[in-house]
Write a protein that binds this ligand. Structure first.
Ligand SMILES: Cc1cc2nc3c(=O)[nH]c(=O)nc-3n(C[C@H](O)[C@H](O)[C@H](O)COP(=O)(O)OP(=O)(O)OC[C@H]3O[C@@H](n4cnc5c(N)ncnc54)[C@H](O)[C@@H]3O)c2cc1C
Ligand code: SF4
Ligand code: SF4
Length: 478
């Protein structure tokens, strides 16, 4: 047999019991030797499926090869060359690359995301991005989540002056709601530190639709506007009792947990029910079990475990931490007086497919049961809050919960205004990158010049290298 090592160099992690009551990072970093060992497992494939699966075509094959040669400084630089939010992503990316790594066919995929962390933590990552010659066309970005930040980076590198308007007091959008056991909270600041020489101005506490509109920004002299407002308006359950004290939407709850030691509901509550089956529901439930020091936390989901949209890793780890799961149950009513006392749920069974062939569910009459609880966390999805934005833009969500321009380059119905977003941090970054290219192409066409390719982000002259040799085109769509 060959000398391939099919199994991953183990990553130290806290046990389920250690994790309860602690918001410390679960995954511990590789040592230098462990990182080199894992990097050396990479086959350096001529056709790098890992790169093709990465929405921002991060040259992961490249940095794995450099780590294998112990060249950590070079690995950090290569990582940051096409990934300006790498410090965030090295801990929280859903690592689409690893799903397509060929080593997964026989053993465990290379720990591509964890080695990105090794590159940045063991190599020199306090680098600074260098803008090209300044341009005069001002561009506005609305929303400082990963999509808006990536667009600002792309445009700032090309020399455009960019103003990012953000309604919140902080930057990062939904990244700020990611629990501390995945992301410590200082990562985004370290990434944005590298932006300091780009001509990007951040204006926080300014909400589009109130202080200004995309059209008013165009009138104020911005040549293009990118609307990157994401989807963080919580959907309601639409059942009686939803307004009782003790019922919280998951996003504000998660944000409050990250902001203060006791979160929105303090540590006094012990019996929590979380409604939903996605990653946000799991984040809320796993945060609640930490906050209540191993309290009674039940996740209620209307379909089966196999159908849960949450990642298997999250569900497994949540189980190790003591979460209880109740599948095939629908919430019917939240009961209580001056506080939640319980939630009534009803059994649900698979029903016939609907007209479009999608599986449906039917509620089983007479199967109601009341789960005693004092807190209900609602995580049944989010949508964009576009109520205050002008209807002429036609930002109504279509394929996705976030607003997207309906033209192929994501221009909206108003010329010069673009809109998009993404289902995860790296997908949102890819959307921001494409939007920036579209804005640059739009301005180039208007001004009768060629579009500007992404320059070398570290000012080496020429253009950025782009996807590595062997790259065969993306395997994903936004
Ligand atoms: C709890 C939670 C955990 C997650 N965990 C992960 C994870 O581990 N890994 C991962 O890859 N992804 C994760 N995601 C998903 C990821 O965070 C999002 O897909 C991503 O942030 C979307 O980026 P965006 O820029 O499109 O939108 P957002 O991040 O939502 O950013 C939009 C920004 O626009 C601002 N805004 C909205 N309306 C206006 C307005 N009218 N005027 C001005 N500003 C406005 C918002 O305040 C926000 O800052 C998680 C999401 C949540 C909610
Ligand atoms: S950004 Fe995410 S998908 Fe891309 S290489 Fe890194 S871990 Fe993989
Ligand atoms: S697919 Fe896997 S083995 Fe091949 S280059 Fe990518 S990380 Fe290395």
């Amino acid at each position: 047999m060959s000398g391939f090592r099919y199994e991953r160099t183990p990553i130290d992690e806290e046990t389920g019991r250690e994790r309860v009551g602690s918001f410390g990072l679960i995954l511990q970093p590789y040592t230098r030797e462990e990182a080199v060992l894992e990097g050396q497992r990479c086959l350096q494939c001529a056709m790098p499926f890992c790169v093709q699966a990465c929405p921002i075509t991060q040259d992961c094959r490249g940095y794995l090869g450099l780590i294998a040669q112990r060249r950590f400084d070079d690995a950090a630089r290569l990582t940051l060359l096409d990934n300006p939010l790498a410090t965030v992503l090295c801990k929280c990316c859903y690592h689409y690359c690893e799903e397509d790594c060929v080593m997964g066919g026989r053993g465990t995929p290379i720990a591509i995301r964890h080695l990105k962390r090794a590159a940045l933590e063991l190599g020199r990552s306090d680098l600074v991005y260098v803008p090209s010659a300044p341009r005069t066309e001002r561009i506005a970005v609305i929303g400082a989540g990963p999509a808006g930040l990536m667009a600002a980076w792309e445009l700032g590198l090309r020399g455009y002056p960019v103003t990012v308007y953000e309604q919140a007091a902080f930057l990062g959008g939904q990244v700020e709601t990611i629990p501390r056991y995945h992301l410590e909270g200082t990562e985004l600041r370290r990434d944005l530190d590298r932006f300091r020489d780009l001509d990007i101005t951040f204006v926080t506490g300014k909400r589009a639709g109130e202080a200004f509109t995309p059209e008013s920004l165009l009138k104020d002299g911005y040549r293009a506007v990118y609307v990157a407002i994401g989807a963080s308006d919580p959907r309601a359950l639409g059942i009686p009792g939803e307004n009782l004290p003790g019922v919280f939407p998951a996003l504000p709850f998660l944000l409050s947990v990250n902001e203060g030691p006791d979160g929105l509901f303090g540590r006094k509550n012990r019996r929590v029910v979380v409604i939903g089956g996605g990653d946000v529901a799991l984040d809320a439930a796993r945060s609640a079990i930490r906050l209540t020091n191993g309290g009674d936390v039940t996740v209620v989901y209307r379909r089966t475990r196999e159908e849960m949209p949450a990642g298997a890793e999250e569900v497994d780890e949540g189980g190790e931490e003591g979460l209880r799961f109740l599948f095939e149950r629908a919430p019917i009513e939240i009961v209580g007086d001056d506080q939640v006392r319980g939630i009534v749920v009803r059994s649900v069974r698979p029903g016939p497919a609907d007209a479009r062939g999608r599986p449906t569910t039917v509620e089983v009459a007479g199967s109601d049961e009341t789960l005693p609880c004092d807190t209900v966390l609602v995580a049944v999805g989010e949508r964009a809050d576009i109520a205050a934005l002008p209807a002429e833009l036609d930002l109504s969500p279509s394929r996705h919960p976030w607003p997207e321009g309906k033209r192929p380059d994501w221009m909206t119905d108003v010329e010069g205004v673009f809109a998009s977003g993404g289902k995860s941090v790296v997908y949102a970054m890819a959307a921001g990158s494409k939007a920036a290219e579209a804005i640059d192409a739009y301005l180039a066409k208007k001004d009768g010049r060629n579009p500007l390719p992404r320059p070398d982000p570290f000012g080496g002259g020429g253009t950025a290298p782009g996807p590595p040799k062997g790259y065969g085109g993306p395997t994903w769509t936004l």
